[in-house]
Design a protein around this ligand. Sequence first.
Ligand code: UGA
Length: 447
Amino acid sequence: MSRIAVIGTGYVGLTTGAYLAHLGHSVVCADVVESKVERLNRGEIPIVEAGLEELVQDGLASGRLSFMLGAGGAVPGADFVFLCLPTPQGADGAADLSFVISAAKEIGPALEPAAVVINKSTVPVGSAMQVTLALGRGDVFVVSNPEFLREGSAVADCLNPDRIVIGGDDDDAVDRVAGLYAKIDAPVVRTDAASAEMIKYAANAFLATKLSFVNAVATVCERVGANVDDVLNGMGHDHRIGFEFLSPGPGWGGSCFPKDTAALVRIAADHGYDFGFLKGAIAANEAQFDHVADKIARVAGGSVAGKTIAVLGLTFKAGTDDRRDSPSIAIVDRLLAAGANVVAYDPAVASHPGVTTTADAYDAARGADVLAILTEWPEFAQLDYAKIRELMAQPCVVDGRNLLDPAAMAEAGFMYEDLGRWTSKAGGGVAPILSGSELGRFGRRAA
Ligand code: UGA
């Protein structure tokens, strides 16, 4: 059992702390917000995250997990200190390291000799050195151990990671950090600190690029009359491509991809490389927000001005209450700017500026001209769409997550638009650009 301090109880810090306590370590988590610390010590967690509350409560009950105010007090006695602090996007695209550096300055004097300070936050390449300088100690070690958990499945991702990446210049410190995860059956990638920091950016940028590519393929499918489901199925069987992270959507968002892709573009530029390819993936994502907003306008009759648009889902994905850089919000903002009246329902969101929120999806649909599904909450697939059709002013649905069955929606009498599944046109949606005979040349199946 190791004694561990975790600085910062955001998504990553809270999950990391609870998970390390679950692995048998003694963990003190520190935060600067007193009310949050009090709530956490009562076992109440401030976010929607499957399984996390139970993990925190188990940790508290076992006596291995506790929360306290301020980083300085958590560090004495700790063999390991995890820095889990926000690294928001600065004005120039670069990650803002100031929270990490000021915490390092605060804890430096209180660290035990030979303690290992671990960067879990996504930090620019070279940050391990900056943290070392900020600690002001020659007798402690700094190691990079990036986190790859996803919101919504954070606990499961921690317990069953694809890999554990540990980077540092001192082999013994790297081995000690690897020892914390001895109970986890996953490959451990040992590297230098800069490479570990780069792995995190490269992984997120690659995944974001994959999604921009998939979304672009869906748009081309719409144009040529191909069915993106079939196309992705045919691609995914190639094990080099795989089926995961291959679902078209209204664009990618959340607290990580937008800031990390911008930061990597900036890191590259600072070192004389124009990462135009990644800039293209970011621009394609913005274009995807426009694409979905344009679809909504088209089915609304050309413009959303004065129209009521029911939006299902405001969070950046299902399973979370997080709206940071949510594609849904980006699209809602476009609709509002174009003069729409937006009524929204999200199971995890009580209110949102500029938008009327409702207690359920049916209330949102009542009187709406278009219903747009923008987050893939599974319950949206289970709604009674016959009832929704009755409630709406116009039976028009834009499915920005390809959640519903196009044929069933057409049968239910909807004008139904999705992303690249041409069978959706059966509902009387916007016609593909090619004529029927031209489409025949692409071997499209009968609807
Ligand atoms: C992402 C990474 O997946 C994690 O590995 C990483 O640890 C995390 O960022 C981070 O850096 O902290 P997360 O932001 O929680 O995790 O969300 P994802 O599940 O990756 O989804 C990101 C966006 O892509 C969402 O808007 C989601 O709706 C979208 N997405 C995802 C799709 O449109 N299609 C897909 O097939 C998958």
